[in-house]
Design a protein around this ligand. Structure first.
Ligand code: PAF
Length: 275
């Protein structure tokens, strides 16, 4: 496995790969969710590239950029065991330049929900993902459905900018008790972790209502809110959108996503189900 720490080093290693390439972009602190993406990329491609880069431009002022978990040694071990061919771990200076050209998230879909709570976040995500796509030149790129809005916007970027890359949406990986895996779960105390389970419980409630034929978004959100407001410290949103990320009054089975975002203690968590 090659570990490349800047573009030139990476380019030399990339030139040697002759065949299909699966790419898994990450910010490190790899958990079973990332591992499932890497394993899928391994199964479906001749070569696998993983990037590990805590991208400063997607963090807002006052967010957790400085304390975001960094676990280089463990991450490299995980990549090696999972059969990764190249790990790209660039420095900030090798990715960003002075006064550089910017890519902006779409004005509506990039500034609702996560984009409304974290304005500018998706500009930073798209900026770095476009760079990483251009550097790694993947055949297939793997993204978790947990970051559903990110996934939708990256899929739009690929379409809008005519990028020849297949985006592969991958299922959310959960702990046995239902908590969606996230690198930020390490911030939760034992007591907060119990309360954090209310996110997946609320989503389960939403699915249960759908199975009873209740499709009205307001009714579903109200019932979910009952569960969440007893447990979380701040509810950012409960939303029901179609796969194009437009809010809908009635769930369209097979084309909808129910999303929640909330703070438990100081930790902001997101979760969703695709229905
Ligand atoms: O989902 C993430 O970990 C990040 O947003 C990504 C896609 C690696 C870009 O920094």
């Amino acid at each position: 496995m090659v570990v490349a720490r800047d573009y030139e080093e990476f380019k030399k290693a990339r030139e040697k790969l002759d065949g299909s390439v699966g790419f898994v972009p990450t910010m490190g602190a790899l958990h079973d969710g990332h591992i499932s993406l890497i394993k899928r990329a391994r199964r479906e491609n001749d070569f696998v590239i993983v990037s590990i880069f805590v991208n400063p431009t997607q963090f807002l002022e006052g967010e957790d950029l400085d304390k975001y978990p960094r676990k280089e040694e463990a991450d490299l071990k995980i990549c090696e065991l999972a059969g990764v061919d190249i790990v790209f771990m660039p420095t900030i200076n090798s990715i960003y330049h002075q006064d550089e050209l910017k890519i902006l998230a779409p004005k509506i879909r990039g500034y609702i929900l996560e984009g409304a709570k974290r304005p500018g976040h998706f500009d930073g995500v798209l900026q770095v993902v476009l760079k990483l796509f251009n550097i790694t030149k993947p055949t297939n790129a793997y993204f978790g459905k947990k970051d559903a809005q990110q996934l939708a916007l990256i899929s739009s970027m690929v379409k809008d900018y005519f990028l020849d890359i297949n985006i592969v949406p991958c299922e959310i990986v959960r702990d046995k008790d239902g908590l969606a895996l996230s690198s930020r779960n390490v911030y939760l105390s034992d007591e907060e972790r119990v309360r954090a389970l209310s996110l997946s419980r609320a989503l389960k409630k939403g699915a249960e209502l759908l199975s009873k034929g209740i499709l009205d978004s307001e009714i579903i959100k109200k019932e979910m809110e009952e569960i969440l407001k007893k447990n979380v410290d701040r509810l950012d949103y409960i939303a029901i959108v179609n796969r194009e990320f437009k809010e809908i009054d009635k769930v369209e089975i097979g084309n909808s996503i129910i999303l929640v975002a909330a703070f438990v203690g100081n930790t902001r968590l997101i979760d969703n189900i695709w229905v």
